[in-house]
Design a protein around this ligand. Sequence first.
Ligand code: SAH
Ligand code: SF4
Ligand code: F3S
Length: 463
Amino acid sequence: MPESRTFEIRTFGCQMNEHDSERLAGLFVARGLRPVGAGDVADVVVFNTCTIRENADLKLYSALGHLKAEKARRPDLQIAVGGCMAQKDQDRILERAPWVDVVFGTHNLAEAPRLLERSREEGPLVDIWPAPDPDAARDMAPALYAVRESDFAAWMTIQTGCDNTCAYCIVPSVRGGEISRPLDDLVNEARLLAARGVTEITVLGQNVNSYGRDLTGRSPLFAQLLRRLGDVDGLERVRFTSPHPKDLREDTIAAMAETPNVCPQLHLPLQSGSDRVLAAMRRGYTAERYLARLSAARAAIDDLHVTTDIIVGFPGETEDDFRRTLDVVAEAEYDSAYPFQFSPREGTRAAHYVEEFVPAEVVRERFLRLKDVLDRSALRHHEAREGRLEEVLVEGPSRTNDAVFSGRTRQGKLVHFDPSPTLKAGSLVDVRITHGAPYHLRGTLESVRRGPRHKTRLTVLAS
Ligand code: SAH
Ligand code: SF4
Ligand code: F3S
């Protein structure tokens, strides 16, 4: 019997979570549910959550609070909470928000539609798997059924989980250890996507450099993967995130440099510039080694765009440690960066270093100083691009202002330019950069290289 109910997925957190939501949407569609229309209220609302920092948790409980009255008005409304925070909080979610119907974890995302159906008969359900089923994680068949947000730029998860033990980080405990998908499956998925008109693929993993280590029992296969993606017909841009600095090897740098469709973009999370803090964080590199790898990458790859993540206020961080971070930032010359204030996560080592916690006002002050330096560095990089002609993949009207079109350069920089009535999303164009701002570039459209490659909407790929 056809299902006429509608669903909506609200996603928090990283790109991997965004892509998990696309896969979940594909599973709902396969079971006959429809995505809710703009402005309508769905019959099934799913929160795919994040718990990387405390404010991610607060955001979820506030969003759930907003739905409480709606649920009282419409008892048929079903609410599910899944993802990283659900994996961490488990039963506590129903204790704090008893109007929730289903709680599922990171390892049983594919069960969510069935759990929602069961809960219509049985009432509220919590089903959290303590660990992944490795075969299911490797298979990731639902990736092919994903309802994707974009028709021309797709995400591809190559590995789940993380084998590292960074002292501040909750990810390994909520996502499990590293499980890589087979190389041939990934190349096939990329081929299918490219055949449907996808121009750009962003490869996702918590530590992409170690992709394949669990498959071979020895060496990683990341460089091979990049080279194989380089042979996929029609695939014009490949990006990836995140590599771990300790595992960024020469073969990856060489594969980036020698594979024309791999974009000149590297997100290399620094976290701290102080060797003492890096050791306490258990990051496995020193500032010197980090900078050496970065300069090897810059030497091999022309016009490399470099971004990073930095944590300020890790327990025990002194003013001197923080200055070392500023020194590395000055030397690394980042194009842009994401600074974070340390947030203790229950179950991580660093959460126990209570005596060494840095006072909140000191953390805030360092954060603002760092942000100022990073913003100025980003602005310098953007201004340096004024006058250049950049290849831009058109995304269409900008999210914040539909009187402006936006798109991305090969380096991944956001560009705004005047709308053109005939220009379609997915086109590849040349834009002359006229102005560099801290978070984007502004330019004028000079020529259209080609229109969109996709012919149909890339909704359910395998249908
Ligand atoms: N696997 C990725 C990180 C994913 S989490 C990597 O290693 O690069 C994204 C970023 O969140 C991290 O790089 C780190 O800077 C930040 N982060 C993680 N845990 C944090 C915490 N407890 N407090 C503050 N920032 C944190
Ligand atoms: Fe977290 Fe470190 Fe793994 Fe990244 S590499 S997910 S920061 S444990
Ligand atoms: Fe958040 Fe989980 Fe990603 S904690 S950052 S959604 S892996």
